[in-house]
Design a binder for this molecule. Structure first.
Ligand code: AMP
Length: 566
């Protein structure tokens, strides 16, 4: 029985396993590490996956499908021969092929897997990935964000360092940026951003558009088969431009052979819009992590499309640092899923690496906002665990009833980034009853506790009575038993103490307050400033930030004490 790591990519998929020599990729039936994420039916009506299907993309476009990962979690179906398939069903076929390859290589059944997903996959897309695993006969132990996996692959070499990494992952269909920090052997994702609809394939489309222009044709007038051939040439030209400054390909237009030429310079111009779409997530990931671009110590490139010189130049220009790519950009994520598999199996070689993850989306509730005197409007989103919070995390907010004498509230839980709940994804509801007290408003705390297994606990406490109501939302219903959920929640209990109440932090606050009493003037102002800042950090409930703030305040207080002596 083996646990494997799988990179389920838009263009290619890979499978790996953790061994005594570290993560190892497993070859498929044709002896390659990369299995094209392509599914088709052959002439006898049998399903074919990988290279066999890829070669028929051009000759049998109606019986072959690729790039379906983009439709993951949607109702969209893809026609393959006579049948329609959803993206998760097609993904399951790819997973099944990888599983069979691994079983042939390892000689043992493969029953469970870690699967990587783009950091920006929402809950629905993640559930679809779980479902794909299940259909392929795999127990999906955990989903891992692609950039996290990549950094984990690189992190192995640098576990003794303290580093701030930026991982840029431009795959076939998705773009992800993540900022990670490694200190004391702990790897932490500080932020992630991206664009789920931007990838190397868009660069191919830009070339394809240019080729159509060179041929004087419009896309809608070209037959699917011809378009398939043209796309193949566009892709060849794109790959060629990663090696040399210009490229010429030959297209058979009817009986006439036409030469299509492209230079790197022209390619850079044609893809300007795509490049500028990459800049925004890059800047957002840096600012979400509370950093400046000069704080980034290393930039790691992942995904086949980062081989394009235009991308490397753009990144170097923007961040004023050369990106590194010592591992094969197509293999990094799969190697990282292998490391994660090793971590999960508690492999000896990995004992001193701990990894934390971030919540890729904001979790919160609906709330009514005061829009005028005694006038409320419902449907606003109240974020509780914000996007990019390090998980596991527990956050609490205090709310009050709007009307005096109100005897209950209905709380709806949402995931998303929109200020209006109607644009976010509803996850569940919970009703809370209050004692009937005329003319009185009721206060209640809403606590969200969330961890990597995708379990979200919503706990509402009525302040006047201490009564609680609990709602458990599972990211992947049915994957955990009731006993597992209870165990996870118990482990998370220690997170529920507000940082302010942790003895160490409480001691610092008391020390600051005592110092305030003992000083006057500018020093008193400086102490007050420290107190306000420290309490603000505590209110954000982020362990890493609290640790850093605590060190800085202790240094300030120690300096103050030293000053008092002389
Ligand atoms: P992935 O999903 O990481 O396998 O990404 C594959 C994408 O990278 C596809 O769009 C490929 O065309 C692209 N790609 C792979 N190698 C190169 C290369 N040498 N130059 C440009 N693009 C590449």
């Amino acid at each position: 029985m083996a646990l494997v790591g799988i990179d389920l990519g838009t263009t290619n998929s890979l499978i790996s396993v953790f061994t005594d020599d570290g993560p190892q990729l497993i070859k498929n039936g044709v002896g390659a590490f990369l299995t094209p994420s392509v599914v088709g039916v052959n002439d006898t009506g049998d399903i074919i996956v990988g290279d066999a299907a890829k070669y028929r993309l051009v000759t049998h476009p109606d019986k072959t499908v690729a790039r379906f990962k983009r439709a993951m979690g949607t109702a969209k179906t893809h026609k393959v021969g006579k049948k329609d398939y959803k993206a998760e069903e097609l993904s399951a076929l790819v997973l099944r092929a990888l599983k069979a390859d691994a079983e042939a290589e390892l000689g043992v059944p493969v029953e469970s897997a870690i699967i990587s997903v783009p950091a920006y996959f929402n809950d629905i897309q993640r559930k679809a990935t779980y479902a794909a695993g299940k259909m392929a006969g795999l127990k999906v132990e955990r989903l891992i964000n692609e950039p996290t996996a990549a950094a984990l692959a690189y992190g192995l070499n640098t576990k003794d360092d303290e580093n701030t990494f930026l991982v840029i992952d431009l795959g076939g269909g998705t773009f992800d940026v993540s900022i990670l920090e490694i200190f004391d052997g702990v790897m932490e994702v500080r932020s992630s951003a991206g664009d789920a609809f931007l990838g190397g394939e868009d660069f191919t489309t830009a070339v394809e558009d240019n080729f159509l222009e060179q041929l004087g044709k419009t896309r809608d007038k070209v037959k699917p088969k011809e378009l398939g051939r043209l796309r193949d040439l566009a892709n060849k030209a794109k790959l060629g431009l990663s090696e040399k400054p210009d490229i010429t390909v030959k297209y058979l237009d009817g009986t006439k052979e036409v030469e299509l030429t492209l230079t790197r310079e022209k390619f850079e111009k044609l893809t300007e819009k795509l490049q500028s779409r990459m800049r925004m997530p890059l800047q957002r990931a840096i600012s979400d992590a509370g950093l400046r671009s000069s704080d980034i110590e290393r930039i790691i490139l992942v995904g086949g499309a980062t081989r394009m010189p235009v991308i490397r130049a753009m990144v170097t220009r923007l961040l004023k640092k050369f990106p590194e790519h010592s591992l094969d950009p197509d293999e990094v994520i799969a190697l990282g899923t292998g490391v994660q598999a090793g971590l999960l199996a508690r492999h000896e070689a990995l004992e001193d690496i701990v990894m934390t993850d971030v919540c890729p989306f904001t979790l919160g509730t609906d709330i009514a906002r005061e829009v005028g005197p005694n006038q409320y409007e419902s449907g606003y989103f109240q974020p509780i665990i914000e996007r990019n919070t390090v998980i596991p995390a527990s956050r609490v907010v205090r709310n009050s009833t709007i009307r005096p004498g109100q005897d209950h509230v209905s709380i709806s839980v949402y995931q998303g980034e929109s200020p209006r709940v109607e644009d976010n994804v509803p996850l569940g509801d919970l009703k809370v009853w209050f004692p009937k007290e005329k003319d009185k408003h009721q206060d209640f705390d809403i606590r969200f506790t969330y961890d990597v297994s995708g379990v979200l606990e919503v706990l509402v406490t009525v302040i006047s009575t201490g009564k609680t109501e609990q709602l458990i939302l599972e990211g992947n219903p049915g994957s955990l038993s009731q006993a597992d959920i209870a165990k996870r929640l118990k482990e998370l209990d220690k997170l529920k103490i507000h940082p302010k109440d942790v003895a160490e932090n409480a001691a610092i606050i008391n020390r600051l307050k005592a110092a305030y009493e003992n000083h006057l003037g500018d020093i008193r102002n400086a102490i007050e400033h420290n107190l306000v800042q420290f309490e603000a950090v505590l209110a954000k409930q982020n362990d890493t930030d609290i640790k850093l703030a605590r060190e800085s305040v202790i240094k300030f207080l120690d300096d103050l004490d030293a000053m008092d002596v002389f």
